[in-house]
Design a protein around this ligand. Structure first.
Ligand SMILES: NC(=O)c1ccc[n+]([C@@H]2O[C@H](COP(=O)([O-])OP(=O)(O)OC[C@H]3O[C@@H](n4cnc5c(N)ncnc54)[C@H](O)[C@@H]3O)[C@@H](O)[C@H]2O)c1
Ligand SMILES: CC(C)=CCC/C(C)=C/CC/C(C)=C/C=O
Length: 507
């Protein structure tokens, strides 16, 4: 048995004991995970510093703070999330108990990416634990130090059989993918996303794919360009551009291009000093392969700001590219580095066309003072998320679903969405063995009259007040009487249980 097979088998066996299901146990595990981020913050930060040159404060701000928030939320809300969810009923089921019961899926495989190695690996794990699953955690091998620390620390805090960590690269991940899971949660690039989905299809395993792509940023000429550019510069150069939702490129009218360049330049200086290379808040490209990939994108574009680089240190300065053509190298794939191309666009309509001609992005940014511009961009495009007048921060709102659409991914998570994504929402209808007369309308022999009653009972969903419900009760009694009369059943034993459910008009 391979190490990967063993981990999956162990997780499955632990899941089958049922111990991941009681809410107390889930909360206990979440609290232990919470402790990891309090007690071992230094180990977490030190490893990320070595992997990505992230500062200690940066690691807390962009990775662990969000995780702490998500854990606290899950602990606070778990009872509500896991409770049966009563649903609206039609007349036919008015006396039944109808609800959704979330239940664990089983064993989840979580495959993390390297750019925010804790955030994108542990956040799905929080959802998996909260939803009562077992989970095999596969951190990205690209963050060598972080993967090691995760492998060491997680078993010290949470149930190591239910939530084993498997480290390794492509062969190890592929071996994992040959195992059977009940859900696969993958974060990474779209090409590998397809590999994951293909492997999952063999067992009809559902997948969540948190992918990337080019997230456009439209800057309207009628907006506060200074503020817009500060926010865009923050969104772009945080983690050296290696953020899934970083604004990939700017679309703006030619008349404001020079101001945009000047304001981004000012923001770079303000955030990272005159020498970003020595600034503790400016990161590094993850490795030389990515360094070369990003540098190659510069070949056919004009540098307006930055461009300095040092391969031995994986350093690329915050860079702005001007008058970039749609055919330029930098526009052919997600940049995932600190290059900010500016493309001239004639109008908002043209910007919308530009966005719509390409794959659906993970995030779409629009900067404008005018709500009409924002609403038009929202209504005439599609993307995982839409953010007006800021960058990245939608990621930190637990009540918003985070995820892509089309090429940028499928499924979503954060907060309750993580819980739901990793639960089966089981449809439950609990009927009594009474009131058999009402069912006559659906039993053969079928007649037009019975169909008429069925239409009424199934389609009539009106929002009734108290009086309406009384009237409805009366109608039901009459209906039952009529149906029973044709089927000569005894009416006296009918206990019409009354439910206070509300109805919506649907016909
Ligand atoms: N939507 C999101 O939340 C989100 C978050 C972070 C990153 N991303 C996207 O991820 C991409 C960057 O990550 P990456 O893909 O370079 O990360 P990566 O290289 O760390 O790969 C991600 C995971 O896939 C595994 N993997 C790689 N190649 C594989 C293969 N051939 N078969 C099976 N498994 C394989 C790796 O072991 C790793 O665990 C960017 O496109 C970025 O936008 C998306
Ligand atoms: C600190 C605030 C307000 C927001 C955090 C924004 C941020 C940089 C999120 C990172 C998101 C993430 C894990 C992206 C994946 O690539």
């Amino acid at each position: 048995m391979s190490r990967e097979q063993q981990a999956v088998a162990l997780a499955r066996k632990a899941f089958e004991t049922g111990r991941s299901k009681p809410l107390e146990y889930r909360i206990y595990q979440l609290k232990s995970l919470q402790r990891l981020f309090i007690e071992r913050q230094q180990d977490v930060s030190d490893a990320i510093k070595k992997d990505l040159n992230k500062s200690e404060v940066g690691t807390q701000l962009y990775e662990t703070l969000g995780l702490e928030g998500e854990i606290s939320l899950a602990i606070r809300k778990l009872k509500d999330w896991a409770a049966p969810r009563p649903v609206e009923k039609n007349l036919l089921t008015i006396s039944d108990t109808v609800y959704i019961q979330p239940e664990p899926l089983g064993v989840v495989l979580i495959i993390g990416a390297w750019n925010y190695p804790w955030a994108v690996t542990i956040q799905p794990l929080i959802g998996a634990i909260a939803a009562g699953n077992a989970a095999v955690v596969k951190p990205s091998e690209v963050c060598v130090h972080t993967a090691k620390v995760m492998e060491e620390l997680l078993p010290l805090y949470i149930d190591k059989e239910l939530y084993p960590v498997v480290t390794g690269g492509v062969p190890e991940t592929q071996e994992l993918l040959r195992q059977r899971f009940d859900h696969i949660f993958y974060t990474g690039n779209s090409m590998v996303g397809k590999v994951i989905m293909e492997a999952a299809a063999k067992n009809l395993t559902p997948v969540t794919l948190e992918l990337g792509g080019k997230s456009p940023c439209y800057i309207d000429k009628d907006c506060d360009i200074t503020v817009a550019c500060r926010r865009v510069a923050w969104g772009k150069y945080t983690n050296c551009g290696q953020t899934c939702i970083a604004p990939d490129y700017i679309l703006c009218e030619p008349s404001i291009q020079n101001r945009v360049i000047e304001e981004v330049k000012k923001a770079i200086k303000e955030f990272y000093t005159d020498d970003p290379k020595t600034c503790p808040d400016y990161g590094r490209i993850i490795n030389q392969r990515h360094f070369k990939r990003i540098m190659a994108m510069l070949e056919d574009s004009t540098i307006a700001v930055g461009g300095e680089n040092d391969e031995s240190d994986c350093y690329i300065a915050p860079t702005v590219l001007q008058d970039v053509k749609p055919e330029a190298k930098v526009m052919q794939e997600e940049i995932f580095g600190p290059l900010l191309p500016i493309l001239s666009i004639g109008s908002l309509d043209e910007a919308i066309k530009f966005v719509n001609k390409r794959e659906k992005p993970l995030a779409l940014y629009v900067f404008s003072q005018d709500n009409k511009v924002i609403n038009k961009m929202r209504d005439e495009t599609s993307s995982g998320g839409l953010l007006a007048n800021d960058c990245l921060v939608h990621y930190s709102v637990s009540s918003l679903p985070f995820g892509g659409v089309g090429n940028s991914g499928m499924g979503c998570y954060h907060g309750k969405f993580s819980f739901d994504q990793l639960s089966h929402l089981r449809a439950c209808l609990i009927k009594q063995l009474k009131m058999e007369g009402v069912n006559s309308m659906r039993y053969p022999p079928h007649t037009a009259k019975k169909l008429g009653w069925a239409r009424f009972f199934i389609l009539k969903t009106v929002d009734l007040g108290w009086l309406g419900r009384m009237a409805l009760l009366a109608i039901m009694v009459v209906a039952v009487a009529v149906v029973l009369a044709t089927k000569r059943k005894d009416l006296h034993s009918l206990p019409l249980r009354y439910s206070s459910v509300s109805f919506k008009q649907c016909d």
